[in-house]
Design a protein around this ligand. Sequence first.
Ligand code: AMP
Length: 290
Amino acid sequence: MDVIAGADELGARCDALRAGGQAIGFVPTMGFFHDGHLSLMRAARAERDAVVVSIFVNPLQFGPKEDFGSYPRDIDRDLALGEKQGVDLVFAPDVDEMYPEGPPEVTVDPGPIADRLEGASRPGHFRGVCTVLSRLFHLVGPSRAYFGEKDAQQLAVVRKMVRDLAFPVEVAGRATAREPDGLAMSSRNTFLSPRERRAAACLYSALRDAVDAVLDGVTDATSLVRKMRERIEAEPLVSLDYVAVVDEDTFEEVDEVLRPARSLVAARVGKPRLIDNVALPVRENAGRED
Ligand code: AMP
């Protein structure tokens, strides 16, 4: 596994891989790996000839009051874990290498899908994500890029960006890796105290409540949201930001689950702000009047 920090070198290495007939799988990350990151690397390893991983905590996607400074970092551990997954090339630039002229003046507007939910709670977040991914996609070039469904709105924003701006990248979404009690793995989980860690499991329980309710025939989003809210509000260590039921593609809130939809939660558990989501089952005869 080679580790490089130079942007030009990343471009040259990826060009050389493709010239040698290798299909690239690209996994962009902010590091501090857990099994969610590693599962994306394993998928890339299984499906592609060469696996390229970037590790970069992108200041552009953090708000002024957010945790850019304290975001967990451990590059040595990450490199050891990446090596074990059979990663070929790690790009780990510093901020000056990524943004040599300072914070970019030209940025990518992520469009209306980014106004809602995470976009509303974290103004500028998706602009920062799209801008850094544009740079990375241009450097890496034609490839399949792997993203986790854990950040489902991000995945939808990136798919839209790639389609609307014709990036030569195929976006691949992969399932959320979870702890045994269902908590979605996240680098930020490292900041949870043991009590907070136990309390955080209510986020996934609430999402499961919504799935169970749909399976029981409830399709009305207000009832689903109420159920999820009740479960989370019963947990005093958790402070809810939002719960929502949205259309799978547009992320607009829906009144009823009649086509592919997701339930989403965002909440603060102690200091860390955590997000999670699940796909809701669509009942075969949903919406049919007979
Ligand atoms: P991050 O380092 O948090 O920016 O995440 C890098 C990539 O890993 C993104 O595509 C995330 O959606 C994905 N990811 C983060 N957590 C998980 C998880 N628990 N399961 C699957 N993918 C994840």
